[in-house]
Design a protein around this ligand. Structure first.
Ligand SMILES: Nc1ncnc2c1ncn2[C@@H]1O[C@H](COP(=O)(O)OP(=O)(O)OP(=O)(O)O)[C@@H](O)[C@H]1O
Length: 576
């Protein structure tokens, strides 16, 4: 929490003004019972109507002043808290944007959403309550105790017994509620993760008729959240009746002691009434303090989770001493690269070494899960290898400024992710300053012109979230066009033609040969037809390059390649 305190600094004026205004409200609240006592014991007892009316006006005036103080406090507390929350949200978003894939994997998107919504909201509530109640609670409490000491000292023993019990209750409840709300946050993460997964995969769920299964799964996580919420809320809500009970016992004790003293003639009736009022005010003060403490305890866990994001070490960082690469030519070399997704996990890539000369086309083929996508993700540093080095134009990628490195690479990921906006917006994602000609050329190379031209609004055609209004093949074509438009000297196509018909794929291959002859192209594909013309083909198996060479060489040297070829061409290939 301490680490987040600096967020309040720009709004310190509001943060100081709010409690000051609250002090005014509290003073007015504390005045009321004393005025009432004077009204009863002096005005009513002596039948002095003028005095009663005068005190009535003073009561009204103090109520109005209290109202102004309270309202002002709420306005400024909200102003400070809302700004603080917005600033934290901005910084969390900025940090998440810098996250490496490893960082994102380790949090999970569900948790990141809970942090940016729920946790920041909980912190905002804590700031509002602190600014409003942190002064109010203790002031009401201390003020009541002091006034009772001076005006109803005969009844003070009642406070000596009830106050420690009330404080002990509040302490126990605050500690326990922090733990309960941590469990609520964890369950909330699960609900968000599930919800996000369901929304992203709604079509698959329907296609597989898994609605019932998913409904049950969601019901389970939702039920867990409900149960945990229920325990936390019920636990907190029992505090009020317990405190009321203790105060009521105090009222009975005060009345009993007071009546004896009135009978003895040592106490006036108004004092007893004022004492009961102060006892209630004192309980309000303690309740306000306890609510603040509980909200703060609750926000501790939120603050902790927010700090986890803000302080997470980003494992893909800018080089300390960057080496300038004026113009990337596109030579790519892997030197004995080993990679694992988790610290103590199995190696997904082992001893990968190869050199792709600038302008060469590299085909990568191999079984599912053999590490093909992982290999190419290391080139733009979406992940860093555990050992070994990746060099572009003989410079370690870790020494090239990230922006320079990534703008030198056109990447078409396995899953064609597009954004809501127009087709043009999506293509400009690859190159902001692209001209109309650039757009048309990139679309042409990616065999996308044919379907864009058929659209009434062409490049201005709007895409829904996740490009839900496009076919799989159309999405892949746009994802390729987005990478082509960069005119980068390194192009990575990760299974990017899997949903494209053979004719269109041939068009893309032709465009690659013609327009990108100077570009180093990595093509991952499960189809030999997509890579057979590559200068080098790597056959991957269990994280290793099992064989490499041209199509003809591999047909002779690699049994795995021959088997793949045979299965795809329907031919029996003679061994050797
Ligand atoms: N983000 C990740 N975290 C942990 N493990 C991962 C992650 N991504 C991939 N893996 C694992 O790494 C291995 C290699 O995956 P990769 O995606 O590189 O394979 P691939 O050869 O491209 O497979 P495919 O042909 O099916 O796309 C697999 O065993 C996979 O389970």
């Amino acid at each position: 929490m301490k680490k987040l305190l600096h967020y309040i600094r720009p709004y310190r004026f509001f943060a100081i003004l709010a409690p000051v205004l609250m002090c005014i409200e509290v003073m007015m609240d504390l005045l009321q019972p004393t005025i009432m006592q004077k009204m009863i014991d002096t005005g009513i007892a002596n039948q002095d109507n003028g005095y009663v009316i005068k005190l009535g006006f003073i009561m009204l005036l103090s109520a109005v002043v209290g109202l102004i103080g309270g309202a002002g406090c709420s306005i400024y507390a909200a102003k400070a808290a809302v700004h603080v929350a917005a600033d934290i949200r901005r910084d969390v978003f900025k940090k998440v944007e810098q996250f490496s894939n490893h960082n994102t994997d380790s949090f999970g998107t569900g948790k990141l959403i809970t942090i940016t919504t729920n946790d920041i909201e909980s912190l905002k509530q804590a700031v509002i309550m602190t600014l409003r109640m942190f002064v109010r609670g203790p002031l009401l409490f201390i003020g009541s105790v002091v006034i009772v000491w001076f005006t109803a000292r005969e009844l003070f023993p009642v406070l000596l017994v009830s106050i420690p019990i009330l404080i002990a209750c509040i302490y126990l409840f605050s500690v326990k509620s922090g733990k309960l709300f941590l469990n609520v946050q964890k369950a909330m993460d699960q609900v968000n993760t599930k919800l996000q997964e369901m929304l992203a995969g709604i079509r698959v769920i329907k296609a597989f008729d898994r609605n019932e299964y998913e409904k049950n799964h969601f019901k389970n996580v939702n039920h867990l959240l409900m149960k945990r919420n229920m325990s936390a809320e019920q636990f907190i809500l029992t505090l009020m009746p317990i405190m009321m009970f203790i105060v009521n016992i105090g009222v009975i004790a005060g009345l009993w002691m007071g009546v004896i003293k009135v009978n003895e003639g040592t106490l006036q009736v108004g004092v007893i009434l004022a004492f009961i009022n102060y006892l209630n005010i004192m309980m309000n003060g303690l309740m306000s303090s306890s609510q603040v403490l509980m909200q703060i305890a609750r926000s501790f866990t939120s603050a902790d989770r927010i700090n986890q994001v803000l302080e997470s070490e980003i494992d893909i960082t800018e080089p300390e001493q960057p080496i300038s690469v004026p113009e990337v030519r596109g030579e790519v070399e892997f030197r004995d690269v080993n990679f694992s997704y988790s610290k103590n996990g199995n190696y997904v890539l082992q001893n990968i070494s190869f050199k792709a000369k600038a302008g060469q086309t590299i085909g990568i083929i191999g079984s599912t899960g053999s590490g093909k996508s992982t290999l190419v993700k290391l080139i733009p540093r979406l992940y860093d290898p555990e050992s070994g080095a990746i060099l572009i134009d003989r410079v370690n990628v870790k020494d090239i400024p990230l922006e320079k490195l990534r703008t030198a690479i056109g990447f078409v990921p396995q899953k064609a992710t597009l954004f809501s906006g127009t087709i043009e917006d999506n293509l400009r994602f690859g190159k902001d300053e692209a001209t109309k000609n650039d757009l048309e050329q990139a679309a042409g190379s990616a065999a996308a012109s044919e379907f864009i031209d058929r659209l009434e609004d062409g490049f201005a055609h709007p895409l829904l979230q996740g490009a839900a209004n496009l076919s799989g093949g159309q999405k892949q074509r746009l994802a390729m066009a987005r990478a082509f438009i960069r005119n980068a000297n390194i192009l990575i196509l990760d299974d990017s033609t899997s949903a494209i018909d053979a004719l269109s794929e041939a068009m893309v291959q032709q465009a690659l040969k013609q327009d990108y002859s100077q570009t180093t192209v990595f093509i991952i594909s499960s189809k030999i037809s997509s890579i057979r013309d590559a200068d080098q083909i790597f056959v991957m198996k269990d994280g290793q390059i099992e064989a490499s060479g041209s199509h003809e060489e591999l047909l002779i040297n690699s049994k795995v390649y021959r088997d793949i070829y045979a299965s795809q061409s329907g031919l029996e290939v003679v061994n050797g």
